[in-house]
Write a protein that binds this ligand. Structure first.
Ligand code: NAP
Length: 297
């Protein structure tokens, strides 16, 4: 039996789909029974509760042969670092207490870099560095998945794109980044969960089909959204904090978003292995956009 955290989300939803299709018994974890309906329809057992609750997690992991774990982001949390440390400690502690023998954890490119004071080095990603450290202490076979930027992260900005006719962010338009569709991440995670292997830690990068720029994605996404003239506007860092604050993001979240983008711009979020067949995945930006057309218009 395999426990999947974030089973109603991007990657966890795909993990459930793949595992159920392959005949695995799956426990699908999330906070809301309705949002787990798709997982249940595929044959998973729903387990409803909050990952910040160590007791709940022990029940969710109890008896599992393997677990897919991720750090649910709460960008609205005041004190993001403290909130992530609490949930990360709860997850690692429950995995240790229940002795789950195989753990596949969603991390990120850039998680090799310590966050440093106030997480200024890599913004949000600094908390994933810390979580990798907690998971490395487990007496288990642990795979740390390090994907590039999710293409789905552009979807958070669709309302603003429609409102302003541009996509605005602080990433350098000239910088090419590994960007990946979350279905590819879920596929790799499902493969890792079913793999047998020795104790110890394996790091696996998941880089998507190619390195692309933000304008590349915007050029493909605009027409799919019915915005054929959509362009990308780079906003200076301090101004971008203000844009995000105006859009309702708390100060801490806005600062961490811009710090993460600065890390992209300055090359701190990068593949350590270099792109190759083993860390590239199939879905191109064009393929990904094609899957959106029906729902996004
Ligand atoms: N965006 C990027 O470019 C990027 C790149 C690399 C890595 N990452 C990492 O990817 C992770 C997010 O993965 P994702 O996109 O697959 O997830 P997602 O789509 O954001 O979904 C989050 C999942 O976690 C559940 N969840 C949220 N808060 C929870 C809580 N307190 N207790 C229990 N479940 C909770 C949600 O379900 P309910 O709301 O129904 O509970 C949902 O199933 C983050 O850790 C992020 O750092 C992101």
């Amino acid at each position: 039996m395999i426990t999947v955290l974030g089973a109603s989300g991007n990657t966890g939803g795909r993990v459930v789909e793949r595992l159920c299709a392959e005949g695995e018994r799956v426990r699908a974890v999330g906070r809301d029974a309705d949002r787990l309906a798709a997982a249940v329809a595929q044959g998973a057992e729903p387990v409803v509760g909050d990952a910040r609750d160590p007791e709940f997690l022990r029940v969710a992991f109890d008896g599992a042969d393997a677990a897919y774990v991720l750090m649910p982001m709460d960008v609205a949390a005041a004190g993001y670092a403290g909130q992530q440390a609490a949930v990360g400690t709860a997850i690692a502690g429950a995995l240790a207490a229940t002795a789950v023998p195989r753990v596949v954890a969603l991390s990120s490119l850039g998680a090799d870099v310590p966050g440093g004071p106030d997480l200024e080095a890599t913004g949000y990603l600094g908390t994933l560095h810390d979580q990798e450290g907690r998971l490395r202490t487990l007496d288990a076979a642990v795979t740390l998945l390090r994907p590039g930027m999710f293409l789905e992260s552009f979807l958070f900005a669709v309302d603003a794109m429609r409102g302003h006719g541009v996509h605005a962010d602080s990433i350098d338009p000239q910088v090419s980044l590994p960007m990946v569709a979350t279905r590819d991440v879920g596929d790799v995670a499902a493969e890792e969960l079913r793999r047998t292997g020795p104790q110890g830690v394996v790091v696996r990068e998941v880089l998507g089909a190619a390195d692309v720029t933000v304008p590349d994605v915007v050029a493909a996404l605009g027409p799919a959204l019915g915005l054929p003239d959509l362009t990308y506007v780079r906003v200076p860092d301090e101004e971008m904090v203000g844009v995000l604050r105006e859009a309702g993001m708390p100060a801490d979240g806005a600062r961490l978003h811009v710090a993460m983008n600065r890390a992209f711009n300055e090359g701190r979020v990068a593949s350590l292995a270099g792109r190759g067949a083993e860390n590239s995945t199939p879905t191109t930006v064009g393929d990904w956009v094609a899957t959106l057309t029906a729902v996004a218009r």
